[in-house]
Structure formats: structure tokens, C-alpha cells
Write a protein that binds this ligand. Structure first.
Ligand code: TEU
Length: 544
């Protein structure tokens, strides 16, 4: 029972089901499409497959607006398909994690309709408030200045009820009221429902927004430098949120080895609270988005930035907890587009070989790039609300386009002739089949590093950082009685020669074994002397 838990044994792979595989030709991915590609998931060497939401939804926010938490949306398939999917992934030795979206439901959920009509227990299922006042046109004024994450007031007037309701995201995503015991019980039933179906855990969406201050008349303070910017002291990371998370952790712990990973974009001190502590564990881990934020574009990528962002997590993480590293997801641009194609393998190597769980967004293993989406094709509500001149700065569509499986019809994503978002024009060069057949490719590299990760040193060893500067980042993994590994990444845009005698705590032996010598070559070589020509990265095994 005390061996490593499954999430400690290998990576998490995020599947965005709308864009992974389409089995029925309607242009939108579905559950049987995931089943059809389970070989790919297995071959990658990841342990856990996290599926973005697959539940009944009007799809205003592409599944993050749920109208029935215990049903599969027909666009994705049936409950039978879901059971087939779980069986198929389990048969392949993979774990299945579902996206749990507790902060808000769809406005078309029957709970909301009943709440709006003040039906019995449902009356307080959502966060309702009186108008603060009425202006001279008799338009109701919201109770406070709280803003929606997607822009504008977080309060929407309901003419039916004659009150405002609170929505942290779209008006079609009303926030549930976690001060209501019935709501808490409903959501626990949702967790039990899926756990009883054999899922292995949950990724909890937008958890920092779960509870709001009790007093809805409080305005959030504005930033002294920017009056448009609010400090979210009443809408995020409230003490009651941690109490609820604690109850969820207790619930999942009644089952055998289930994981809770939570999504929190916040200051590091606040993010760390979601781990809980030794006596009161909360999430197994909050996602580590700091690497993603620090390495937002090539100009912010250097050895110091990498070292700092990695140390930030390791230094702040509470005693006895488990780290994780996120390079991308369905809300953030592709690594190749943000940081350059030459950084895809280097960064995959870094996250795969650091201590902790690497989290890979589908397509990153083949270095997929952001897709240009015209205004006409824009679907993401966050893009749509900015209009034709500014949607590109906000839309999340570019990283959500269909997975590129091969160079055939519709990139092998669908047999149909249309897709919900366009396929990237580069699919003939960048696709899974081509990279499987090539001697060297992002995919081959990802698989190779995943294999190397099986070494005890990477599972249990410590990490140190012998040197880092503008153009180089390096780290050493070492474990008593096992070979040490030195990883060196060239973060400069030019190829150069570096000295491998980087630090006192790594002895480069005469017969050091070159495990990886670049992203395009995985052949074993011996470093000649103590320098190595570095096109992007290298990994050397030496003595501890
Ligand atoms: O995102 C929560 C979140 O904090 C977002 O504001 C995120 O910062 C934003 O998408 C960046 O553009 C989660 C989901 O990952 C996202 O896809 C959903 O839209 C959102 O919750 C609402 O459910």
C-alpha cells in the first residue's frame, strides 16, 4: 500500500475530447474516437489520461457549462461508450481522470431553472442578490463591483426572479452556492457516481472560485496602479473552499488510490494551500502553472527563468508533497508557437525528468502549433466577446484544433468533411503517423525520454542545478547507489559548444555515457573530452 501511487509513476496526458478523434464523422471528437486511439496513449508511456468535460452541456464554454453532471453529452456518445472507454484504457494499463466542474453549472441545468423560479430547496442553489439600486431608467444596479473572468460584471439580472445571480465565467455559467448544504450533497453524489463507475480521480476546475464572501455588498478593492484591476479578496481562495476540498478528499480516500488534481491560477502562497498539510491533505496536487506563465514567449526563456520557476515550486511546496509540471493545456498557446519549435523536445525532457508528475496536453508530444483561426471560424466565447479586431489576443481556439494523426483525409481526425475548428494547414508535416515512421521525431523523443524516466534515479533521486545562465539550463538527478544524470539544455537560439564540467557535484567520468545527444539523435555516444556540441539538449549518465 506504501509504494508509489499511480500519479507518481508517470505522466498525465490531457485529452481534449472534441478534438482528439471523431468516430462518427460529425466533425467533433467523441469517446469512441478516444478508444480508437488508445494505442497511441499506451505507446506514449503516460500513466493517466485526463479527459476534459464529456458531460451533457449546451457547449457555451465547450463542456465547462454542464446541464447534467451524471450524463454523457450525445455529441461525445453514450454511457455505454463511456464504460467501453474506461474498460479499454484500463485494459491498456492506463488510469482515467474526469474533469469535475463544481464552481458553476449551465444556466440550462434544471437546478438553475428551479432556482430562478424559487422552487423549494432549489431557491438558494445559486448565488442570488438584490439590486443595490435602480438607475434613472429603472435599470437594476448590481450589488457590488465583482467582475467576471471573461470580462464585464459578474452579475446578471434575472427578470424571472427579479434578482441578480453571480457568474464568475459566462452568464450561461451561474455559480453554485456552496453555502447551501443541498448543493454540497449534490456534488458529492456526482463524485460518487463516477467513482462507482471506476474512474481513477478528478481534475477539479476553477476551484479557487468555489466560495464567495458571505456579504455580497462588499466591493473588491481596486489596484492602486490600475483602477480596472480588482484584487479578488472576496471571490477567490476563501477559507470555506478548503473545507469543501477537504470533504472531497475524504470522500475520494474512501476508494482505493484515487487522485484529486486541482486547477488554481494564483499567487504561489495561495496555490500551495491546495496541497493541505501532513495532517489535513487536500488535493494530491494543484497544477503547477508557473512554468507556463514564466515561459510565456521566447524572450522570457533563459536558464535563470527556468531555474527560478522550478525552484519556486520546490521551495514553496509543503513538506512531503508531490510536485508536477505543466507545459500546456486547452487554455494556453502551444509550446512550439510560444517558445519555438526547437524548444519542444528540450522542455518535454525537462518536465519528464524532473521529480514529480509531468502533465502533457494532447498534441504537444508531436509539437503541434497554434492554428490560425479566422474571425468567422472563431468559436471560443472568450475570443468572440472581443470582436474581430482583438479576438486573436484572447481566443483559445488556436490550441484546440483537431489532433493531427496522419497526412490523409482531414489529418485522420474524421471521415467527415467538416471539423468544428479547422485543421492546421501544417498537418502533412506535423502528424503522429509521420513521426512514428521517422527515425527521429518529437514523438520518438518523447517516448524515449519516458523510457529513461523509468530509471530509479528519476523516480526517487534528488535534483540539483549545477549551472544556469542566459543560454544554458542544466540539472542533475542523483540517487545513492545509482547512476547520476546530467541534463543540459541550450536555451539560446544558436548551436554552441558547452563544457560538461558544470559543477562540483557531478563528476563527468572518462567513460560517461551520452544517453541523448540532441532532439534529433537518440543514439548513444561518448562525449569527447569534456565538451559537447549542443544543438538543443543533451543527457549524460555519470557516477554519483
Ligand atoms: O479555467 C479556469 C480559469 O481560471 C480560466 O479563467 C483560465 O484562466 C482562462 O481560460 C484563461 O483564458 C477553467 C477551464 O480550464 C476553462 O477552459 C474554462 O473556460 C473555465 O474553467 C470555466 O469553466
Amino acid at each position: 500500500a506504501d509504494g508509489p501511487k499511480f500519479w507518481e509513476q508517470g505522466g498525465v496526458y490531457q485529452v481534449y475530447p472534441r478534438s482528439f478523434g471523431d468516430s462518427d464523422g460529425d466533425g467533433t471528437g467523441d469517446l469512441m474516437g478516444v478508444v480508437a486511439h488508445s494505442d497511441h496513449l499506451k505507446d506514449l508511456g503516460v500513466v493517466t489520461v485526463w479527459l476534459s468535460p464529456i458531460f451533457k452541456s449546451p457547449m457555451k464554454d465547450f463542456g465547462y457549462d454542464i446541464s447534467n453532471y451524471m450524463a454523457i453529452d450525445p455529441i461525445f456518445g453514450t454511457m455505454d461508450d463511456f464504460e467501453r472507454l474506461v474498460a479499454s484504457l484500463h485494459r491498456n494499463g492506463l488510469k482515467v481522470v474526469l474533469d469535475f466542474v463544481p464552481n458553476h453549472s449551465s444556466n440550462l441545468h434544471e437546478w438553475f431553472t428551479k432556482s430562478e423560479a424559487r422552487e423549494g430547496n432549489y431557491t438558494d442553489y445559486y448565488v442570488w442578490a438584490e439590486a443595490k439600486d435602480y438607475d434613472k431608467n429603472n435599470t437594476p444596479i448590481p450589488p457590488n463591483n465583482w467582475m467576471s473572468e471573461f470580462g464585464g460584471s459578474a452579475w446578471e439580472w434575472s427578470g424571472i426572479r427579479g434578482q441578480f445571480y453571480y457568474h464568475q465565467f459566462l452568464a450561461e455559467q451561474p455559480d453554485l452556492n456552496y453555502r447551501n448544504e443541498h448543493v454540497k450533497e449534490e456534488m458529492k453524489n456526482v463524485l460518487r457516481f463516477w467513482l462507482d463507475k471506476g474512474v481513477d480521480g478528478f481534475r477539479v476546475d476553477a476551484v479557487k472560485y468555489l466560495v464567495e464572501a458571505q456579504d455580497l455588498n462588499l466591493d473588491e478593492p481596486t489596484d492602486s496602479d490600475n483602477p480596472e484591476l480588482l484584487h479578488h479578496i472576496f471571490t477567490t481562495n476563501q477559507p470555506e473552499t478548503f473545507q469543501i476540498l477537504r470533504e472531497w478528499r475524504e470522500l475520494v480516500d474512501k476508494y482505493h488510490e484515487k487522485v484529486l488534481m486541482v486547477e488554481v491560477y494564483s499567487e504561489v502562497e495561495d496555490v500551495m494551500k491546495y496541497y493541505g498539510n501532513q495532517s489535513v491533505p487536500l488535493a494530491h496536487f494543484p497544477f503547477n502553472f508557473f512554468m507556463l506563465e514564466a515561459l510565456n514567449n521566447r524572450s522570457t526563456l533563459n536558464g535563470y527563468a527556468l531555474k527560478d520557476t522550478i525552484s519556486l515550486w520546490l521551495d514553496y511546496m509543503p513538506e512531503g508533497k508531490w510536485p508536477n509540471w505543466v507545459l500546456g493545456n486547452h487554455d494556453n498557446g502551444r509550446v512550439a508557437s510560444r517558445l519555438g519549435k526547437d524548444m519542444v523536445d528540450a522542455l518535454n525532457m525537462v518536465v519528464l525528468l524532473l521529480p514529480g508528475t509531468p502533465v502533457t496536453y494532447n498534441g504537444e508530444e508531436i509539437g503541434m502549433e497554434n492554428t490560425f483561426i479566422s474571425w468567422e471560424d472563431t468559436r471560443d466565447p472568450e475570443g468572440c466577446r472581443w470582436g474581430p479586431d482583438h479576438y486573436q489576443e484572447h481566443s483559445r481556439d488556436p490550441e484546440r484544433t483537431p489532433m493531427q494523426w496522419n497526412d490523409g483525409h482531414m489529418a485522420g481526425f474524421t471521415n467527415g468533411n467538416n471539423t468544428w475548428l479547422p485543421i492546421n494547414a501544417n498537418y502533412q508535416e506535423i502528424n503522429v503517423a509521420a513521426q512514428k515512421n521517422a527515425t527521429h521525431s518529437h514523438l520518438k523523443f518523447y517516448q524515449h525520454v519516458t523510457e529513461i524516466r523509468q530509471e530509479e534515479t528519476f523516480k526517487k533521486g534528488k535534483v540539483t542545478f549545477p549551472t544556469y545562465d542566459d543560454s544554458t539550463f542544466s540539472f542533475i538527478r542523483s540517487l545513492e547507489g545509482h547512476p547520476s544524470y546530467l541534463a543540459v539544455v541550450n536555451v539560446a537560439t544558436v548551436n554552441r559548444t558547452v563544457n560538461l564540467h558544470l559543477g562540483a557535484n557531478f563528476q563527468l567520468p572518462d567513460k560517461a555515457e551520452m544517453v541523448i545527444h540532441s532532439s534529433t539523435s537518440v543514439a548513444k555516444e561518448t562525449p569527447s573530452g569534456s565538451t559537447v556540441f549542443l544543438d538543443s539538449l543533451t543527457l549524460v549518465a555519470g557516477e554519483g
